[in-house]
Design a protein around this ligand. Structure first.
Ligand code: NDP
Length: 247
C-alpha cells in the first residue's frame, strides 16, 4: 500500500494510537502532519521517529476543539504544501464520571474535542478533497460508541455522534471519490487506558473473547487500509478493532 506524494494530517498524532498511525502512513510514503495541543516534546519525538524510518513528518499544533484555530492551521498547511489527501480524526479525550457526578464542563470538553473537533477538521479539508476528486477521512471512534459504558455518557455520546457524522459525510462526498469511514477500537494499550485500575482491566479482559488488550498497531493497520486505494469502494463504514469484544 503506497501513499507516495500524499499529504496526511493525523490529529493527536503525537502519542498513542495517533503516533502509530502517523508512523505507518509515513513509512508508506505520505508526508505526515503530526497534530497535538499541549505536549510538544511528544510531537517532536514522533517526527524524529518518522525521520529515522526515512519518512517525512511535520509538527502542526492546534486545538481541534477551536474552530478558527483549526481552519487557520489547515489553511497555512495547504498554502505551504498543498491540499490534505488523508485526514485521520484521532484526537480524543476522556472525562469519565457517572452522570450523577458529571459536571457540565466534563460533558462540554469531551463533546468539543471528540465530536466538534472532528467536524472542525473535516470542514477544514473537505473542499480541497472535493476539488481533487480524491480524499480519505478516517474517524477514530470507539467500541463504547456502539455498546455504551457506564461512567462515559459524554464519551460514548461523542463517539456515537462521530458515527452519524461519518455516514452523512460519506453520502455527501461519495460521488467525488472522497471516502469517509470509522475505525472503532476496543481497549488498546496507550496512556488513555493506563489510567484504568487493575481490577477494571481484569473485568475488561473477561469481556474480550481474544483475552488480551489491543496495541496501537492493530488500529493503525485498519486506518492504513481505509486510507489506501485498495479501499476505494468502502465508504460510510466502521471497522471494529476490539478482539471480538463487540460484534
Ligand atoms: P492518548 O491519550 O494516548 O493521546 C491523545 C492524543 O490526542 C494526544 O496526541 C493529544 O495531544 C491529542 N489531543 C487531545 N486533545 C486534543 C486537542 N484538543 N487538540 C489536538 N490534539 C489533542 O489517546 P489514545 O491514543 O489512547 O486515543 C486516540 C484515539 O483513540 C482517541 O480518539 C480515543 O478516544 C480513541 N480510542 C482509544 C482507545 C484506547 O483504548 N486507547 C479505545 C477506543 C478509542 P497532547 O499530548 O498534546 O495532549
Amino acid at each position: 500500500m503506497s501513499q507516495q506524494d500524499k499529504i496526511a494530517l493525523v490529529t493527536g498524532g503525537s502519542r498513542g494510537i495517533g503516533r502509530t498511525v502517523a508512523l505507518k502512513l509515513a513509512v508508506q510514503g505520505a508526508r505526515v502532519y503530526v497534530n497535538f495541543v499541549s505536549r510538544s516534546e511528544a510531537a517532536e519525538e514522533t517526527v524524529a521517529m518518522i525521520e529515522k524510518l526515512g519518512g517525512q513528518g511535520e509538527i502542526i499544533k492546534f486545538d481541534v476543539a477551536d474552530y478558527s484555530a483549526t481552519q487557520e492551521a489547515v489553511k497555512d498547511l495547504v498554502s505551504n504544501d498543498g491540499p490534505v489527501d488523508i485526514l485521520v480524526n484521532n484526537a480524543g479525550i476522556t472525562r469519565d464520571n457517572l452522570i450523577a457526578r458529571m459536571k457540565e464542563d466534563e460533558w462540554d470538553q469531551v463533546m468539543d474535542t471528540n465530536l466538534k473537533g472532528t467536524f472542525n477538521c473535516c470542514k477544514a479539508v473537505i473542499k480541497q478533497m472535493m476539488k481533487k476528486r480524491w480524499g480519505r477521512i478516517i474517524n477514530i471512534s470507539s467500541v463504547v460508541g456502539f455498546s455504551g459504558n457506564s461512567g462515559q455518557v459524554n464519551y460514548s455520546a461523542a463517539k456515537a455522534g462521530m458515527s452519524g457524522l461519518t455516514k452523512s459525510l460519506a453520502r455527501e462526498f461519495a460521488s467525488r471519490k472522497v471516502t469517509v469511514n470509522c475505525v472503532a477500537p476496543g481497549y488498546i494499550i496507550t496512556e488513555m487506558t493506563e489510567a484504568i485500575s487493575d481490577d477494571a482491566k481484569q473485568k475488561m479482559l473477561s469481556e474480550i473473547p481474544m483475552g488480551t488488550l489491543g496495541v496501537p498497531e492493530d488500529v493503525a493497520a485498519a486506518v492504513a487500509f481505509l486510507a489506501s486505494d485498495e479501499a476505494n469502494y468502502i465508504t460510510g463504514q466502521t471497522i471494529h478493532v476490539n478482539g471480538g469484544m463487540y460484534m
